[in-house]
Design a protein around this ligand. Sequence first.
Ligand code: ADP
Ligand code: MG
Length: 491
Amino acid sequence: MKFTDFNLKDTILAAVTEAGFTEPSPVQKDAIPLVLEGHDMIAQAQTGTGKTAAFGLPIMSMMKGDGSVEGLVIVPTRELAMQVSDELFRFGKLSGLKTATVYGGTAYGKQIERIKQASIVVATPGRLQDLLMSGKIKLNPHFVVLDEADEMLDMGFLDEIKNIFTFLPKERQTLMFSATMPKGIRKLAEQILNDPKTVSITKSESTNSKITQYYYVVQERERDDALVRLIDYKNPDKCIIFCRMKKEVDRLVAHLTAQGFKVSGLHGDMEQKQREVTIRAFKQGGIDIFVATDVAARGLDVNDVTHVFNYHIPFDSESYVHRIGRTGRGGKTGEAITLVSPNELRTIKRIEKDVGAKLITQVIPTRMEVQNNRNDELIAKIAQIQITDKAIELVKTLQHDLDIVTIAHLLASMVQSEISVKGKDHIGLGLEEVELLIERAMQNRGNSGGGRGRGNYRGNNNRRRSGGGDRNKHGRNGRSGRNGGQGSNRG
Ligand code: ADP
Ligand code: MG
């Protein structure tokens, strides 16, 4: 299917071509025709699936461009407002459709001026409500879009949204987009949508295809070592590491900085300016690693994130989906890597089931494996390098005292010392051990399917007996868990 298969205006199609889009994404395929037919719509699709174009292209295609505000897009954060606005600007510029971005924390005057010239207003709920209630602006948009509706409710914007709708015309086409569909969203949909069509991009389509998902089982105290080893091994261009708590973000930033990574934390309570500067550095490559909490990473839309790490497993499946959706965007591939402790195996299994994706268990690579990887990279690099005159001179000088083989060995050692991998050799649990623990976790849960023993654990009976089940009786699990936790907090 191509964009030309939709009944879009020529100038909009030209803008799509200019943007470099060749094939519509699944949500675009489903949503664009429905929107063009004039239906209200509720669409569920994960982040990074191209929702902006899914609503932007059809509504812009139907706009008259008469100078009035014809479309209103409500988004949860200022950042998203800017991103969505930029994207819509790209689509609309050949059609002469201007966008205005409206968010809190800046002067009213300029924003109001822009709104007066715009066909589309992209706004955060707080400032929009201000402007409407104070009578500073009046809007009569035919198209109203709620983008990332679940995040807006999570952020506590329900009242604002309801209030905003009292200022909007009854005659309108309303579209709602959300990565998840909790009850609150469905209830809001009932209130603001009129006989809506539903679009749901199934999980396998939105999460699986481009993101490979791994998990590694480690003891609590091994999390830091495991993380560093995995970063060393995967060598990500850009990655985001998710933590549960702010203080863990700080601790990890310090730890990773000390290891020589270009890393920065992303905090919920960071000042907006500072946040933008940090995000820009991340986008441009001055920072390779972001450490963030779920809240801080809301609305963070950075392309080219190659890896998402869950330092701790998120509390629920929806956060998991949100988190890993930060990679694999715009048709690129990505990897999601989760560290779990033996106690968390049940949780990861539940998440796996909820998201309907396969999570692959792997063993943390040994120091040797990472080193070998690096050697391979080094050999490839050496093959590319040009010999310089200065190098020839240097070797000549060295040859006064040393033979050529010794010189080669010394130089190789020097280069290798720079890429040497730190840490202990083996980190985390082995595959057999993990499978055994999973089996036991499922059994304890009273899961009938898990009760069947599997054939491939022969000779493991001793280990099986010394595992978690017996420990529970002695109350050791809880203690070792807590100790481990403290240890890793101190790093
Ligand atoms: P979402 O709102 O679902 O999180 P976006 O609309 O922000 O996703 O799109 C994510 C990225 O994918 C953006 O950089 C966008 O330009 C790009 N994109 C969207 N649709 C397509 C497409 N059909 N082909 C290629 N890239 C696309
Ligand atoms: Mg979006």
